[in-house]
Ligand binder design. Structure first.
Ligand code: KIV
Ligand code: ZN
Length: 525
């Protein structure tokens, strides 16, 4: 039997921009973070954890920018239990009408002994002091005992009681290392409900990592035992195996409403566009079979399933694609499609473009339709996502010529044209076509880089599908990510690489970095 608490509304606390962004390869620039924050507010999440302001000046600036935009949801920042961190969070989030300070300290024996070297009482003292200080600055304070799932139950109850007495308004129970299992987590939450006197006066929250693949199941078990806030990320991105996936937790609660008896405030029709936005920005593409937002999530191949679906969709379909924002048909556009059809499709895919952006995207669409017969949703998304990078100079790729042979090195020649009309042409010979083209780009732009990762993803189906390439490169010891798309995958790689080179050159021109020294992080590029 479910323990139904008096409230049946689950708050969705999104930490894509904090715990999600901490994952290797998921760092975002300030403008990317603002786009994600806007999308999260359109999704109607209750709380956005925008970052960890004390982590770096770039983190502080991005949390502040998000708070100052005042998108609507509560804006939260993370702090350790010390005055400097708490003051930084307050300074960063206070621009938002509704803001929250989230303080945390580890409580498990392993963390106490090996990380903090602090006794149990010292940890409680530090948590209480931090919560009291945060409450003086802000009415909304969340406290997390890190590694709660591996903390002795009686001590955890003591910590949570002390946090509530000190003024915490939300207490979050993290399974920091993804160690717990649903039945055990259910017992933990029931134990706290029984042993912490004022627990019904605060919002009890859950925060799960996915190391054993159970983050969503563990979060739902906690909800069944009384948690009323779920901390999660879009596409489940996050450190190691990631965090609880927002779209999976939300759709489980919606689809099994008769079981849980609970609702979220999420506009589920925004799930798919938000998922695509985050995967396009981070370059972390969801697997085809990913629940809810994977390309195959609603595809029925087996004949017997298709037959059943044609008789009645509910035979094999527990959710409707349109409920998660997937348009019913992957409608194909081509070179005869007009501006109106294009604009409608862009809207259906969840993008809001102004006239300038629509015109620019429509021109790119026409160019692409000349190269490939059918233009799919993935192609249109790629055009829109890559629009800014494709048009921001100084250099534009004019042409690329590549020669490859199985037994010999490849040769590539690139022609670049600058904003002032200047042209440069360079060739290089290397072991493969990508290496040769990238070397030619380095000679042409004067930007030296080390390629760390080259990821290729097909934006649609068929032989003439576009390849979308995400490169991760090091320039003067700093890591940067770039994206490019084309029906020719070497050209897509060149566009991705040139995007990073152009960004570097623009920053050098603005004096933000020296030619041979980059001191800022990716987050501020
Ligand atoms: O996983 C964790 O314990 C965290 C806390 C800071 C909430 O991310
Ligand atoms: Zn976490």
């Amino acid at each position: 039997m479910l323990d139904r608490s008096s409230e049946n509304r689950i708050r969705i606390f999104d930490t894509t921009l904090r715990d999600g962004e901490q994952a290797p390869g998921c760092s975002m620039t300030l403008s990317e973070k603002l786009r994600v924050a806007k999308a999260l507010s359109e999704l109607n999440v209750d709380i956005i954890e925008a970052g960890f302001p004390a982590a770096s000046p770039g983190d502080f600036e991005s949390v502040k920018a998000i708070a100052d935009h005042n998108f609507g949801p509560v804006i939260c920042g993370l702090a350790r239990c010390n005055a400097a961190d708490i003051e930084k969070v307050h300074a960063a989030v206070k621009g938002a009408d509704r803001h929250r300070i989230h303080v945390f300290v580890a409580t498990s024996a392993i963390h106490r002994e090996h990380k903090l070297k602090m006794a149990k009482e010292e940890i409680i003292k530090s948590a209480v002091g931090a919560i009291k200080m945060a409450r003086e600055l802000c009415v909304d304070v969340e406290f997390s005992p890190e590694d709660a799932s591996r903390t002795e139950l009686s001590y955890l109850a003591e910590v949570v009681s002390a946090a509530i007495e000190a003024g915490a308004t939300t207490v979050n129970i993290p399974d920091t290392v993804g160690y717990t299992v649903p039945a055990e987590f259910d017992q933990l939450f029931r134990y706290l409900k029984e042993h912490v006197a004022r627990i019904n006066e605060i919002t009890l929250s859950v925060h799960c990592h996915n190391d054993l693949g159970m983050a969503v199941a563990n979060s739902l078990a906690a909800v069944g035992a009384g948690a009323r806030q779920i901390e999660c990320t879009i596409n489940g991105i996050g450190e190691r195996a990631g965090n609880c996936s927002l779209e999976e937790a939300v759709m489980a609660i919606k689809t099994r409403e008769e079981f849980f008896g609970l609702q979220t405030g999420i506009d589920t029709t925004r799930l798919y566009p938000t998922s695509r936005l985050v995967s396009n920005i981070t370059g972390m593409h969801t697997p085809r079979n990913k629940a809810i937002v994977g390309e195959n999530a609603f595809a029925h191949e087996a004949g017997i399933h298709q037959h059943g679906m044609l008789q009645h969709a509910s035979t094999y379909e527990i959710m409707r694609p349109e409920d998660v924002g997937l348009s019913k048909s992957n409608l194909v556009l081509g070179k005869h499609s007009g501006r109106h059809a294009f604009r409608e499709r862009v809207k259906d895919l969840g993008f809001e473009l102004d006239d300038f952006e629509t015109n620019r995207a429509f021109q790119d669409f026409k160019k692409l339709a000349d190269k490939k017969k059918d233009v799919y949703d993935g192609d249109i998304e790629s055009i829109i996502m890559n629009a800014d990078s494709a048009t921001s100079g100084p250099w534009t790729l004019q042409s690329l010529e590549v020669q490859t042979h199985t037994d010999e090195p490849s040769t590539a020649t690139v022609n670049l044209v600058a904003e002032d009309g200047a042209e440069v042409s360079e060739s290089a010979r290397r072991d493969g076509p990508v290496a040769a083209a990238f070397q030619a780009l380095e000679s042409a732009t004067g930007v030296e880089m080390v390629l760390r990762n080259f990821e290729l993803h097909s934006t649609s189906i068929g032989e003439d599908a576009q390849g979308e390439v995400t490169v991760t490169v090091d320039i003067n010891g700093q890591s940067y990510r770039g994206q490019g798309a084309s029906v020719d995958i070497v050209e897509a790689g060149c566009r991705a690489c040139l995007e990073v080179m152009n960004r570097t050159l623009r920053r050098r021109e603005r004096g933000e970095i020296a030619a041979a020294d980059a001191t800022s992080t990716h987050a501020s590029v």
